[in-house]
Each structure stands twice: as C-alpha cells, then as structure tokens.
Unconditional design. Structure first.
Length: 256
C-alpha cells in the first residue's frame, strides 16, 4: 500500500451556526487520484480552503507528509509542495500565457510576485523560470499560445493554463477544484487523459473535486463522498456507484 501523503482527521469547520464540515476524516495516498464528490454545499471547496490555509478549521487536524498544515500560511503550503487550481479562472487576462504560468513559481524564487509579473530583471533565475514554463507548455501542447495574452483564448485553453501554472510550482499534491466546469464532452475526455498522464509523468498525488461523474469515476483510484459536511462513503469507483447512501444523496435513484 502506498504511503499516506495527506491526512484529514476529525475536521470540523463552522461558520457561525452553520457546520460546513463535520468530523471529516480520510487520507490520500501517494501517487493516487482521489475523487471528492458530493452535492453543492457538501463542504468540498471548504475543505480545499482549509488545506490551502484560507480558512482555519474549528477543530481537527490536516497533515501533509506527517507534518501539520494548520500552523502554516498559504505561501508556505505552496513551498511544501501543494498546488491548487480554482473553480473560477484566476488568470491575468492582459499578461501572456507564459507570464501567467511563471507566476505559479514565485514562492520558490528570490523574485517576488510583482517583479515576475512586470518582468523586472532578466536574471538567471527568471531565465530558468522561463525555460521551465516553456517546457510545461510544450508538454501540454500549448506552446503556440506562449506569447499571446490570456484574454480572448478559448475557455478550455485557459483551464489548461491554470493547470500549467500549478505544475510549475513542482507540487507533490495537486488540488483540482472543478477542472471540467464549462468544458464540452470532448474537452472533458481530453482533460481526463491529461490528468492521468500528468499524474504519472510528474509523480503527482491528486485530490479532485468534480461534479462530472463520468470523469471522476473514470480516473479516480478512490472516491470520498461528502453530504452536508460529513463523509458518507469511501471506496473504489465501483463500490461508490453501488452504494445506496451515495445513490440517494447524490447520484440519483431511479423511480422505475
């Protein structure tokens, strides 16, 4: 069995009188793709925000490589090897694709975010960063867009730019938050194949939040199901698809 890379234990997150997460516990093993599913409001993005250190949980623990994350700032999470994409695109529309990708690695360099964004000082560090960004864009078959501004590019292409920006951070754990949102059927299939390939080529562990069930069940090694902030099931895609609690809560039940 692969070693646990991420451990969430007894995690509770309350916002006033609302409990977004309730005693949530599960682990993500090294090198696996773990799908995290549940209805809207189930707590999936809240969990990502706790792991990313946007939120402080009410109780519980989150450990990465057996070290707590809850005493870290968000920039330290990136330095530890955790990267994230977002439901809504967070790209700089007037910057080129290459520059957008480069901003993902600013936490590891001596340059700050502003100097990277404004291209101040073509140092050896920046030149190496540019080479790394070029390599990733080539690997994602997007090098033809490198010098174009993001504004006006197809939505599916911008989704891949955000993925490239996460990859340049050289993560061990990649948090994908609704990567298939807004994509058509063929784009979802392409993205599914890409995620599996990147997992293998970059030795990634992936925690995937996604509503597209075909994608989740097709690429996940294991699936965790949330409902109203609590875990109601965990298992292989086959086990989850046959679980009565999951069918009633999320996947839908036939009236025939």
């Amino acid at each position: 069995m692969n070693e646990e890379l991420l451990e969430v234990k007894d995690l509770t997150m309350q916002f006033g009188g609302v409990t977004a997460l309730h005693n949530l516990s599960f682990a993500v093993n090294q090198d696996e793709i773990c799908g995290l599913i549940g209805p809207n409001g189930a707590g999936k993005t809240t969990l990502f925000n706790v792991i990313s250190r946007i939120y402080d949980p009410t109780t519980g623990s989150v450990n990465f490589q057996k070290k707590t994350l809850l005493n870290k700032a968000s920039y330290q999470i990136a330095q530890m090897g955790i990267a994230r994409t977002f439901q809504n695109l967070a790209l700089w529309p007037k910057m080129t694709v290459l520059e957008n990708v480069m901003t993902g690695a600013h936490v590891h360099g001596k340059q700050n975010f502003l100097s990277a964004m404004l291209r101040i000082g073509l140092s050896k560090e920046e030149m190496q960063l540019r080479r790394n960004a070029h390599t990733i864009l080539e690997n994602l078959d997007m090098i033809q867009f490198a010098d174009q501004p993001c504004d006006g590019l197809p939505f599916g292409t911008m989704k891949k730019i955000e993925l490239a920006r996460a990859l340049i951070n050289k993560p061990r754990l990649l948090l994908l938050d609704e990567p298939a949102t807004g994509l058509n059927h063929s784009e979802v299939n392409e993205l599914s194949s890409l995620i599996k390939r990147l997992r293998d080529e970059y030795a990634l562990t992936i925690l995937l939040v996604e509503h597209h069930m075909g994608m989740v069940m097709g690429i996940s090694d294991r699936v965790v199901v949330l409902d109203f902030g609590s875990k109601i099931a965990e298992g292989t895609p086959e086990q989850i698809q046959q679980n009565a609690l999951v069918i009633n809560a999320y996947l839908g039940v036939s009236n025939d």
